[in-house]
Design a protein around this ligand. Structure first.
Ligand code: HSE
Length: 342
């Protein structure tokens, strides 16, 4: 049996869902993988809760405390007001980074991840910001310190994107990638088409599902899709892609009339992130596209997502499903965490 002590940074929708999943699945993981997952510390803006005892923090009680409006640093004898993410790392072997995505400077996630990698901790991140902005440096740091940087949860979460490409397409040449990578916009477009919902109503519903970004302009403006696309491209084609090089158009200009017109022609409008080899280079783009009903992404609806790879030797491989949800993101964190140790 191996003990894996975990510090979770960020206790928003995803961080809380992860703590909940940890509490629920720890016995299964212990039985199946001989890994004892222990919540050693949980950190948020005002401080942390830390427990050095072998069993770690009482996760369910912590959740009850948070759901009742309590702050993590006020969690009884475990509370440590002012304790930061890097300071809490002393208690753990793994950082689960779940603070909000910041696409300007990657903070505070970047500081957490750098501190963890420098100390040789495994990093599992749902936060896209540091991975989009500093992938090359973080990867190098991980290599130098012989630890892993695991990013499934930052690349469409429950939808397996990179795992499929890295494991199942190994040895194939990926010619193009097309993805519906954002659940919020797919939900909005689906509701506008099938239910005739107004854009604002559908966006509110997506927010109630807990899947929209803290600032939903990142979803509807296409930036969340672009962020995931940049990470995927950096992993698959080499780490030289930057957000500012991706022509990005969101869905705010898509009208009910556009959707109805496409429907009359048997087509649907989807927000697609694409990467295509053109000559010697790979070009990325995010834009709403009219897709024929036979296109593998056309029937992906609601908060589900999909990724379709065209390869030279395996032809087209499409994976779909993986609804955006806090639980789905938490499950992607747990998947990476388990796979880091088995
Ligand atoms: N806001 C994202 C989505 C979830 O709607 O898919 C986090 O990546």
């Amino acid at each position: 049996m191996k003990d894996v002590r975990i510090v979770v940074c960020g206790l928003g929708n995803v961080g809380k869902a992860f703590v909940e999943l940890l509490a629920e699945r720890a016995p299964d993981v212990e039985a199946r993988y001989a890994l004892r997952l222990v919540l050693a510390a949980a950190v948020d803006i005002g401080g942390a809760a830390v427990c050095d005892a072998p069993g770690g923090l009482p996760a369910r009680e912590l959740l009850a405390h948070l759901h009742a409006g309590g702050r993590v640093e006020g969690f009884g004898k475990f509370g440590r007001p002012g304790l930061s993410g890097p300071e809490a790392l002393d208690a753990a072997a793994v950082l689960v980074e779940a603070t909000p995505t910041n696409l300007t400077d990657g903070e505070p996630g970047r500081t957490h991840i750098v501190a963890a990698l420098r100390r040789g901790r495994e990093v599992v991140s749902a936060n896209k910001g540091p991975i989009v902005l500093f992938y090359k440096e973080l990867l190098e740091l991980a290599r130098q310190n012989r630890c892993g940087l695991h990013i499934s949860a930052a690349t469409a979460a429950a939808l397996p994107t990179l795992d499929v490409a890295r494991v199942c397409l190994a040895g194939s040449r990926i010619l193009s990638v097309e993805g519906i990578l954002n659940g919020t916009t797919n939900y909005i477009l689906s509701r506008m088409r099938a239910g005739g919902a107004a854009y604002e109503t559908a966006l509110k519903e997506a927010q109630q599902l807990g899947i929209a970004e803290t600032d939903p302009r990142k979803d509807v403006g296409g930036f969340d899709t672009a962020a995931k696309l940049v990470i995927i491209a950096n992993v698959l084609f080499g780490p030289s892609f930057r957000l500012e090089d991706v022509p990005t158009q969101g869905i705010t200009g898509v009208t009910p009339e556009d959707i109805a017109r496409a429907g009359k022609d048997g087509e649907v409008i989807k927000l697609v992130g694409s990467a295509e080899r053109v000559g010697g280079e790979v070009r990325l783009r995010v834009a709403p596209q009219r897709l024929k009903a036979t296109h593998p992404l056309a029937s992906v609806n609601g908060s589900e997502k999909a990724i379709s790879y065209m390869t030279d030797t395996m032809d087209r491989i499409t994976v779909s499903g993986g609804k955006s949800s806090p639980v789905g993101a938490a499950a992607a964190l747990l998947k990476d965490l388990i796979n880091a140790y088995v």
